[in-house]
Write a protein that binds this ligand. Structure first.
Ligand SMILES: [Zn+2]
Ligand SMILES: [Zn+2]
Length: 307
């Protein structure tokens, strides 16, 4: 197959765009579409300081790379979850983020959950009997917000792609979860000390972000988080991939169609956010969920050491 722009050998065919592109023409196309999504949803401007939450995976590292290519002032934030999974998942991930930071000449902020909380994500799972992903999500949201405020970033960007968003929408629709549906959007506006959050890769498939990472020789961790293996979201992604294969463009239409009618899903009156009495981060309760988690961990650890 030949590149539609220059007739050289194509490296990717995107049936949903009826478009084949070569190695040279792919990155400019990808950057142009990144910019379009940023503008379409008014995510940020060249005056804003952007904090990219990087995990060491292809999507978030590709995002960081693409934003700097587009001339945005984008730094990285790596949250070390302390997950090993038998192959040093977190260590490998952190190294991948550090390598890209060096290459881009940008700052990488790092936070160690084990140091901050006093327990890594697997230890939090053991001590709280929470599902690993719920403790992990809580801790990530907390540090993304705290660091964006402390280090004065205007907006937090995450690498969620079309496959991720379509799978979440699919799950929310299967449950007709109005509250989640009302909130699913590539931009969450700033409110009461919660920084604005955006997803510039909302329209790219996993294949497209992977190819962008490959043509730019971005080294990323290929393995999934060991806790995510077998998650329902992966099962839903598989189903959506089958639909997409049968009818290219299904995921994008599913998402865009939803964005058009999304306002019909009303979010119930949202409780006002006030500063946590311990850490000052916005919360709906006196003490925020993060501080309550840290307290709980410390109590459990104290009980263990006594016993
Ligand atoms: Zn070409
Ligand atoms: Zn707090």
């Amino acid at each position: 197959m030949k590149c539609r722009k220059c007739r050289q050998k194509a490296i990717i065919y995107m049936p949903e765009h009826r478009l084949a592109l070569c190695q040279q023409c792919y990155a400019p196309w990808f950057l142009d579409h990144t910019e379009r999504a940023i503008k379409k949803f008014h995510m940020f401007t060249h005056q804003d300081r952007v904090l990219v939450a990087v995990s060491g995976g292809k999507d978030s590292l590709a995002l960081w790379h693409a934003l700097t290519e587009l001339g945005y002032e984008a730094d990285g934030l790596y949250i070390d979850l302390g997950i090993d999974g038998g192959f040093g998942y977190s260590d490998k991930s952190k190294q991948a983020c550090m390598r890209l930071a060096e290459r881009l000449h940008r700052t990488l902020h790092t936070v160690s959950v084990a140091e901050e909380v006093g327990a890594s994500v697997p230890e939090i799972k053991e001590l709280t009997r929470r599902v690993a992903c719920s403790g992990c999500g809580l801790v990530k949201r907390y540090f993304m917000n705290r660091i964006s405020l402390d280090a004065d970033y205007d907006v937090i960007a995450t690498g969620h792609n079309l496959d991720d968003e379509a799978a979440v929408l699919f799950a929310n629709t299967l449950r007709w979860d109005e509250e989640y549906l009302a909130r699913q959007y590539p931009v969450l506006q700033e409110r009461d000390g919660l920084r604005k959050k955006v997803k510039p890769f909302i329209y790219f498939t996993e294949k497209q972000t992977t190819v962008y990472a490959l043509v730019n020789r971005i080294e990323y961790v290929r393995e999934e988080c060991p806790f995510a293996v077998g998650a329902t979201s992966l099962y839903h992604k598989g189903i959506l991939n089958e639909l997409e294969h049968h009818s290219p463009g299904t995921k994008r239409r599913f998402l865009d169609g939803f964005f058009k009618i999304r306002e019909r899903f009303s979010s119930p009156e949202r409780a006002k956010l006030t500063p946590c009495q311990k850490c000052g981060q916005p919360t709906t309760t006196e003490i925020c969920a993060y501080c309550r988690l840290v307290d709980h961990i410390h109590r459990r650890q104290a009980a263990h050491s006594v016993a």
